[in-house]
Design a binder for this molecule. Structure first.
Ligand SMILES: [Zn+2]
Length: 78
Protein backbone atom coordinates (compact mmCIF):
# COMPACT_ATOMS: atom_id res chain seq x y z
CA UNK A 1 0.00 0.00 0.00
CA UNK A 2 1.49 3.30 -1.05
CA UNK A 3 0.60 6.58 0.59
CA UNK A 4 -1.45 8.94 -1.55
CA UNK A 5 0.59 11.57 -3.32
CA UNK A 6 -1.24 14.39 -1.63
CA UNK A 7 -0.22 13.21 1.81
CA UNK A 8 3.39 14.06 1.05
CA UNK A 9 2.29 17.45 -0.24
CA UNK A 10 0.25 17.96 2.90
CA UNK A 11 3.25 17.10 5.04
CA UNK A 12 5.36 19.67 3.23
CA UNK A 13 2.71 22.32 3.68
CA UNK A 14 2.36 21.35 7.31
CA UNK A 15 6.12 21.61 7.75
CA UNK A 16 6.15 25.08 6.19
CA UNK A 17 3.35 26.16 8.45
CA UNK A 18 5.21 24.85 11.49
CA UNK A 19 8.46 26.46 10.37
CA UNK A 20 6.78 29.83 10.07
CA UNK A 21 5.22 29.59 13.53
CA UNK A 22 7.63 27.43 15.56
CA UNK A 23 6.50 29.04 18.81
CA UNK A 24 3.17 27.25 18.47
CA UNK A 25 4.78 23.80 18.43
CA UNK A 26 7.23 21.60 20.27
CA UNK A 27 9.22 18.46 19.52
CA UNK A 28 8.59 15.24 21.41
CA UNK A 29 11.81 13.96 22.98
CA UNK A 30 10.46 10.43 22.91
CA UNK A 31 9.68 9.94 19.23
CA UNK A 32 10.58 13.18 17.47
CA UNK A 33 7.03 14.07 16.54
CA UNK A 34 5.98 17.69 16.37
CA UNK A 35 2.95 18.47 18.47
CA UNK A 36 1.06 21.65 19.24
CA UNK A 37 2.50 23.62 22.12
CA UNK A 38 -0.63 23.14 24.23
CA UNK A 39 -0.41 19.35 24.08
CA UNK A 40 0.27 17.84 27.48
CA UNK A 41 1.40 14.46 26.22
CA UNK A 42 2.54 13.26 22.80
CA UNK A 43 -0.40 11.84 20.80
CA UNK A 44 2.01 9.42 19.14
CA UNK A 45 4.06 7.92 21.98
CA UNK A 46 2.36 9.47 25.04
CA UNK A 47 5.63 10.96 26.16
CA UNK A 48 5.63 14.17 28.17
CA UNK A 49 9.12 15.53 27.53
CA UNK A 50 9.29 18.16 24.83
CA UNK A 51 11.79 20.56 23.31
CA UNK A 52 10.05 23.84 22.51
CA UNK A 53 13.17 25.56 21.15
CA UNK A 54 12.09 27.28 17.88
CA UNK A 55 15.30 26.20 16.11
CA UNK A 56 14.68 22.58 17.05
CA UNK A 57 11.05 22.74 15.95
CA UNK A 58 11.97 24.22 12.57
CA UNK A 59 14.76 21.75 11.83
CA UNK A 60 12.63 18.83 12.96
CA UNK A 61 9.72 19.96 10.78
CA UNK A 62 11.98 20.04 7.72
CA UNK A 63 13.49 16.70 8.57
CA UNK A 64 10.10 15.04 8.99
CA UNK A 65 8.79 16.54 5.76
CA UNK A 66 11.72 15.22 3.74
CA UNK A 67 12.07 11.83 5.34
CA UNK A 68 9.85 8.82 4.93
CA UNK A 69 7.00 9.31 7.35
CA UNK A 70 7.52 7.53 10.64
CA UNK A 71 6.54 10.26 13.02
CA UNK A 72 3.43 12.36 13.08
CA UNK A 73 3.38 16.00 12.20
CA UNK A 74 1.05 17.81 14.50
CA UNK A 75 -1.49 15.07 14.80
CA UNK A 76 -3.51 17.29 17.08
CA UNK A 77 -3.91 20.49 15.08
CA UNK A 78 -7.62 21.08 15.21
ZN1 LIG B 1 6.28 11.21 21.06
Amino acid sequence: MSAPEESKDTRLKQAEKIASHPEQYKVCEGCGSIVVARAVTCPSCHGYLFDATPERVVSQARELALRAPHSVLSADLS
